[in-house]
Design a binder for this molecule. Structure first.
Ligand SMILES: Cc1cc2nc3c(=O)[nH]c(=O)nc-3n(C[C@H](O)[C@H](O)[C@H](O)COP(=O)(O)O)c2cc1C
Length: 354
């Protein structure tokens, strides 16, 4: 059931409920603000087994917006450390905290969702974006700069140094952001990757960059430090990554010691036809779980505790992540425990609520 423990690398996670990573677009110069403090502290005592901190840029140009969190200089590192310590100070010692490390590639230099989500205009201080090929996300967006081999090496180094810092700061787990149309996804997808070198063309080549990033990070982490990736189960496009390619990719991740994948979808094209609805991505997790040995997390419009529990009972996935359900109810886990007749630890200050 969702309240049974699960092993991820060296961690024994107390339950299978995960707070999905959620960008708050509220940082200043990559540095977390008071908004993050309250956001992470209220999720800190949610009793979820794993709480993911938002997509965090490994280099400045890898931020989606001017207001994304970074892990690329001492000020960012200090603010993340402080906020993690505050969130941990109110959390049960049964909740772990992970960080999602990311690079937005051609989807960087955009406005915040509530400001339009378009490419930054000249007045809004845009920056040069990067991508495997100089193809913009959509016509009106920035034309990205095609990455040279030294850019590839630089980004790898940035992932490595951000990962080392994440461990030093006290994170329990690292997740590499490999989906939603951001840089690693851009390499994997034949839609955004038209390279003629060893990083483009057939699937084996398109997988190379994300796999190299994964291995480089893995190589600098302590033994069995939990490391996973968020991946694309399908791009919902005829000419894009599909479930079969996603499965092959996961088999490669398996070979290099990936502890889990979170299967999401889409994000690399402006208007894919997504059959959005409750549990609309669960079948993607199921396909990967059935065809690999990987620990699989699912996500996407999961809100009902009984139905979430059935995902685990039916072995469609090993963990369930939720984003918006936690925004509207940070006490989702407490309520689910009641519904499923399960005892969980809540802060003693609030215990009389139950
Ligand atoms: C406010 C918000 C911010 C998000 N930021 C991220 C992010 O930083 N990284 C990521 O991989 N997904 C991000 N997502 C996607 C969620 O993690 C999740 O996959 C998606 O919302 C579907 O789950 P849900 O139906 O439970 O909300 C974000 C979603 C929301 C609502």
């Amino acid at each position: 059931m969702i309240f049974s423990p699960i092993k991820i690398g060296r961690l024994e996670v107390s339950n299978r409920i995960v707070v999905a990573p959620m960008c708050q677009y509220s940082a200043i110069n990559g540095i977390m603000t008071d908004w993050h403090t309250q956001h992470l502290m209220q999720l800190g005592y949610s009793s979820a087994g794993l709480i993911m901190v938002e997509a965090t840029a490994v280099e400045k140009i890898g931020r989606i917006t001017h207001n994304c969190v970074g892990l690329y200089n001492n000020k960012c590192i200090f603010s993340l450390k402080k906020n993690l310590q505050l969130a941990k100070s109110v959390a049960s010692n049964k909740s772990y905290f992970g960080i999602q490390l990311a690079h937005a590639g051609r989807k960087a230099s955009t406005q915040r969702p509530w400001e339009g989500r378009s490419a930054l205009t000249k007045e809004e201080k845009p920056w040069k974006t990067i991508c495997p090929s100089p193809i913009p996300f959509q016509e009106t967006w920035h034309v990205p700069y095609e990455m040279k081999l030294f850019d590839i090496e630089r980004v790898k180094k940035q992932f490595i140094s951000a990962s080392i810092k994440a461990v030093e700061i006290g994170f329990d787990l690292i997740e590499i952001h490999g989906t939603h149309g951001y840089l690693l996804h851009q390499f994997l997808s034949p839609i955004s990757n038209k390279r003629k070198d060893k990083y483009g063309g057939k699937l084996e080549n398109r997988m190379r960059f994300p796999l190299e990033i994964f291995s480089s990070v893995k190589g600098v982490l302590p033994k069995d430090f939990p490391l996973g990736m968020r991946i694309t189960g399908t791009e919902w496009e005829n000419n894009g990554i599909d479930e079969n390619e996603a499965t092959i990719f996961v088999k490669e991740l398996e070979k290099i010691g990936c502890h889990y994948v979170c299967v999401s979808s889409g994000g690399n094209t402006p208007n894919p036809k997504i059959p959005v609805g409750p549990h609309y991505q669960v079948h993607l997790a199921n396909k990967i779980k059935k065809n690999t040995k990987m620990v699989v997390r699912t996500v996407g419009m999961i809100t009902d505790p009984l139905k979430a529990n059935n995902i685990i009972i039916n072995q469609d996935a090993d963990m369930v992540a939720m984003a918006r359900a936690f925004l509207s109810n940070p006490r989702w886990v407490w309520d689910a425990a009641k519904v499923l007749n399960h005892d969980i630890e809540v802060p003693p200050q609030y215990a009389r609520r139950i």
